[in-house]
Write a protein that binds this ligand. Structure first.
Ligand code: NAI
Length: 233
């Protein structure tokens, strides 16, 4: 399997690349950060997606990990900050899906489609909200809806589309929060398994959703959150 992983420079994206390579697949890591192991991709740019697919494609899999998150109450959030979250977290995911679909649809009519799979990264915040995150919550809720709609259109061209909703995972994005013992204690009390998650635990789920083992799964969001969203207490 050849899989393009966005946001592959660090955190969950990096763990997905490592897991795929461990399992004998080829992971093409793409990120806006210039790094030796990554090709350049700005997920918000149509041209950037086209360049990557035309120069490095085709791909059997795509994992849309690139994402951003800032903290601000609605009253303090600038228009640009809100828009930026939409651009990266939802438009960036949509552009990747569109590019994958277009490349599949452009195959000759005689071609029988080999299975392909897309995994989007949503968040528990798609279904549970926290203060000072409205822009992030809105963008991640949209990823869940987009995943369902894309699954319907992907099925006739052999592309399954699913999402993962991670809980609190130890990555550079959450570093600032997870160095605060009070925040960690709050999370550990709130999450039934009693700990934050590791990027490798998200990579395992992505690897499964990309694999033939998930051949009858499409349009769903897997909550990989240590039971956080199941906990009503
Ligand atoms: P991270 O901040 O460690 O990594 C995100 C990566 O995305 C970075 O390498 C960054 O350079 C890249 N990126 C940002 N904007 C980009 C752009 N325009 N084009 C290309 N690449 C871009 O974050 P982390 O934690 O690895 O998150 C990965 C995904 O998982 C994100 O979508 C995040 O919202 C989601 N998530 C993370 C959770 C966590 O607890 N860490 C919880 C729920 C969801």
């Amino acid at each position: 399997m050849r899989v393009l992983v966005t946001g592959g420079a660090q955190g969950i994206g990096l763990a997905v690349c490592k897991k795929l390579e461990e399992n004998g697949h080829e992971a093409i890591s793409a990120d806006k950060q210039e790094q030796a192991d990554c090709i350049y991709l700005d997920v918000t740019s149509e041209e950037s997606w086209e360049t990557v697919f035309n120069s490095v494609g085709p791909f059997d899999g795509l994992v849309n990990c690139a994402g951003i998150r800032t903290r601000n109450l609605i009253v303090d959030t600038t228009f640009e900050e809100f828009q930026r979250h939409m651009d990266v977290n939802i438009t960036g995911t949509w552009l990747g899906i569109r590019e994958m679909f277009r490349h599949r649809s452009n195959q000759p009519a005689s071609t029988s489609f080999t299975p392909a799979s897309i995994v989007n990264i949503a968040s528990v915040n798609a279904v549970i909200a926290v203060p000072a995150q409205a822009h992030y919550v809105a963008s991640k809720t949209a990823v869940v809806g987009l995943t369902k709609a894309a699954a319907i259109e992907g099925a006739p061209i052999g592309v399954r589309v699913n999402a993962i909703a991670p809980g609190a995972i130890r990555t550079p994005m959450t570093e600032e929060r997870l160095v605060d013992p009070e925040q960690v204690a709050w999370l550990e009390g709130r999450i039934p398994v009693g700990r934050v998650g590791e990027p490798d635990e998200m990579a395992s789920v992505a690897s499964f959703l990309l694999s033939d083992g998930a051949s009858y799964i499409t349009g769903t969001t897997v909550f990989a959150d240590g039971g956080w969203t199941a906990n009503g207490v």
